[in-house]
Design a protein around this ligand. Structure first.
Ligand SMILES: [Zn+2]
Length: 234
């Protein structure tokens, strides 16, 4: 997974990457989704393992890197990212991170937070959100109050409203619902513009598309992607 200014991707060739990886100047973004209570110990062990080798990264660390061009941490960076606004992120992931002194990044699709418990299963099926067999009972998603609480100790980032893919955001109404409104709501809730935005499927914001241009213009500084990995040969 790569984090870079979209405009800069062209200059990050293989020699640059080899030197950066060799010197420990890189960032590892690790994605979690459901964090059920039954796997609390696994999650703690995974996060502890990363802490042995990586430095948890905050938006300010990324900003300083892009301002100075230098990696100012003494170890490679690590971003624990929790997706999709699950209630078990509130009851398990956030407390485990806090035990370990980690400030993590949470990416809730804001529209999910408004779905009443009785409608959540059907909504999950329709919007590509996985529910676990070991959690048979609603509610599955956090509330706005939960998210406000998380925002006091962690980073809250944007992940559309309805868990939308960039390719499905094709009208001005889609842009308003999936990009502008979530960014506004998260800004109001946390007092900060969300530092990062992720589309469903982790596609990068493509300049020249309605969805991509809207993300690039909405004040969010970083795009979290699954697919914009950097080239390894020139
Ligand atoms: Zn997601």
């Amino acid at each position: 997974m790569g984090w870079a200014r979209v405009a800069d991707l062209d200059v990050l060739g293989a020699p640059f990457q080899r030197a950066a990886f060799g010197s420990g100047a890189f960032l590892r973004v690790v994605n979690w989704h459901n964090t059920p209570d039954a796997r609390r110990g696994d999650l703690r062990a995974q996060l502890s393992g990363y802490l042995d080798h990586y430095h948890p990264v905050q938006p300010d660390d990324l900003d300083r890197f892009f301002e100075t061009g230098r990696w100012l941490l003494d170890r490679p960076g690590f971003i624990p990212a929790f997706y999709d606004g699950y209630r078990n992120n509130v009851t398990v992931a956030a407390p485990v991170c806090e035990e370990l002194g980690i400030s993590a990044w949470f990416f809730p699709p804001t529209g999910l937070l408004d779905v009443p418990p009785e409608d959540q299963r059907a909504y999950a099926t329709a919007h590509d959100v996985t529910l676990l067999p070991e959690e048979p009972h609603a509610p599955w998603w956090m509330t706005w109050d939960d998210l406000a609480q998380i925002g006091r100790r962690h980073v809250v980032a944007a992940h559309t409203a309805t868990h939308a893919a960039a390719r499905d955001i094709t009208t001005p109404e889609d842009v308003e619902r999936e990009i502008r409104q979530p960014v506004r709501q998260l800004t109001q809730l946390t007092g900060r513009v969300p530092p990062a935005f992720a589309f469903l499927y982790g596609t990068p914001p493509m300049r020249g598309t309605l969805a991509g241009d809207a993300v690039l213009a909405c004040g969010v500084r970083y795009a979290t992607t699954n697919t914009a990995y950097l080239r390894i040969a020139d």
